[in-house]
Each structure stands twice: as structure tokens, then as C-alpha cells.
Design a protein around this ligand. Structure first.
Ligand SMILES: Nc1ncnc2c1ncn2[C@@H]1O[C@H](COP(=O)(O)OP(=O)(O)OP(=O)(O)O)[C@@H](O)[C@H]1O
Length: 231
């Protein structure tokens, strides 16, 4: 089996919250592989550890026990600076899209791109406008978030996550605040762009209406991955 298309390789991952006496184990022996271009949906009851796993994968917290490799680089035991560098290579889409209200759609996307690569402002502007066109917001480029619908804001968030061509995008409940038509549009766009860029996507969702876009569905229960789907 080719290992070179592994975007993520997690082995025997455990995670705990709290200190010594009150230490509470949240993740138990998690093993997971995600390959490039693969769309994986993670489901599971509230409190089962999905967000904790997502934040570990996103290099937003340190690995305590076990191995987590992102494009072949081990994240266990690395410095905070290194984690910050890894974060720059990952796209994030969260339920509360986290757009900056005082920036237009284009400026939100462009700022993210400028933070992640050292391209010229002019080039960043061109690329930001192109990806906003791709998510069908070509006619909303100079709108502020407050003048956009929930679905449009989420599409800006997708454009922002994908503009720098990350190898991995993490999405936490990306359709939670949307009606079913906007939710469907949003996931279809994610799927289209991901296939175009050969980007892997891990989506945490309770939304049964979008399960069909997954190549694979995995299920978390009480801190364990109980169902991995088939490869
Ligand atoms: N910072 C923290 N300190 C202590 N315990 C925490 C912390 N964050 C989460 N937990 C606990 O870890 C467990 C897993 O939480 P997590 O948010 O990962 O679940 P989840 O599956 O994402 O739930 P939901 O679907 O409701 O978002 C829960 O029991 C939660 O109370």
C-alpha cells in the first residue's frame, strides 16, 4: 500500500482532561487514516469526543499520548511553534464561520491567504476573487458579512479555508445553522472544490442530510472510534 497519500495517520491516540487526581480520559486508543482527496464524515453522540479529536488533528492542542502524523510529520512532542506552522497548512470551517465583521468577503479571504503565504497583495486579491467566484459569490465580493445570508457567509468561510490549497480541511458542523437547501449547496461546494484540489476533508456533523457526500463515515462513541467504514 502506498503510504505517500496518507494525509493523516493516527495511532493509539489517547487524550485526557484535568490533572492528576481528577484526570479524565476522553479519547481511547483512536486509530485513523485519512488519504488525500478523501471526504470523511465523523458522527457520534454529544460528548463522545469528536471536537476533542478534531482539535488534536487541527494542531490546536498538543498530543499527549500516541502518534498523530500530518503529511508524514509526527506531531507528538513538537514545539508550539511547530504546531502553529502545521495550522497554516490546514483549512478550518466552523459552525460559527468566524468571519471578521469589519472586513468584506474578499478581505476576509485575502487576509487568510496573506497570513499563510508570502504572495503579493495583488496576487492575493486575484486569487481571493477567483475562489469567491468558484463558491458563486462573484456578485458579493465587496459585501460585509452582516449583509450576507447564513449560507453565503458559510460559503465565504469555505473560500477562506480553501484559497491556500490546504491538503486537509476540518469542518465542525458546517451546516448546523443552515436550512436544508443552503446546507446542501454548502456541502456540494466543499465536495467540488476538494475534488478539484485533491484535498482531504474531515467533517463532524449531526446532519443526516449530508452523509451521502462522504467517501467514508466514521463513528465516535464514548471516546472510541467504533465504526471506520470501508476503504
Ligand atoms: N476543556 C475541557 N476540560 C475538561 N473536559 C472537557 C473539555 N473539553 C471537553 N471536555 C469533555 O470531553 C468530553 C468530549 O467532549 P467533546 O466536545 O470532544 O465532545 P463532542 O463529541 O464534540 O460533543 P458535541 O457533539 O456536543 O460537540 C465531554 O465529556 C466534555 O465534557
Amino acid at each position: 500500500m502506498m503510504q505517500s497519500n496518507f494525509i493523516l495517520e493516527i495511532t493509539k491516540l489517547n487524550h485526557y482532561f484535568g490533572t492528576t487526581k481528577l484526570r479524565n480520559q476522553i479519547l481511547f486508543d483512536v486509530n485513523l487514516i485519512i488519504r488525500s482527496g478523501e471526504i470523511v464524515i465523523m458522527t457520534g453522540p454529544s460528548g463522545s469526543g469528536k471536537t476533542t479529536l478534531l482539535t488534536l488533528i487541527g494542531a490546536l492542542r498538543s498530543v499527549q499520548e500516541g502518534s498523530l502524523k500530518f503529511i508524514g510529520q509526527e506531531l507528538f512532542g513538537v514545539s508550539n511553534e511547530r504546531l502553529v506552522q502545521v495550522r497554516r497548512q490546514i483549512g478550518y470551517i466552523f459552525q460559527a464561520h468566524n468571519l471578521l465583521d469589519f472586513l468584506t468577503a474578499r478581505q476576509n479571504v485575502q487576509m487568510s491567504l496573506e497570513l499563510q503565504s508570502n504572495i503579493s497583495q495583488w496576487e492575493a486579491k486575484i486569487q481571493s476573487e477567483a475562489i469567491l467566484n468558484a463558491v458563486k459569490l462573484g456578485n458579493r465580493i465587496n459585501y460585509y458579512p452582516s449583509d450576507l445570508s447564513g449560507g453565503q457567509k458559510q460559503r465565504v468561510a469555505i473560500a477562506r479555508a480553501l484559497v491556500s490549497h490546504p491538503k486537509l480541511v476540518l469542518a465542525d458542523e458546517p451546516t448546523a445553522a443552515l436550512d436544508s437547501k443552503s446546507g446542501r449547496d454548502v456541502v456540494n461546494l466543499m465536495q467540488e472544490l476538494a475534488k478539484e484540489q485533491n484535498c482531504a476533508i474531515l467533517i463532524v456533523t449531526h446532519d443526516n442530510r449530508i452523509l451521502d457526500i462522504a467517501d467514508r463515515i466514521i463513528q465516535m462513541e464514548d471516546g472510541r472510534l467504533i465504526k471506520q467504514g470501508t476503504y
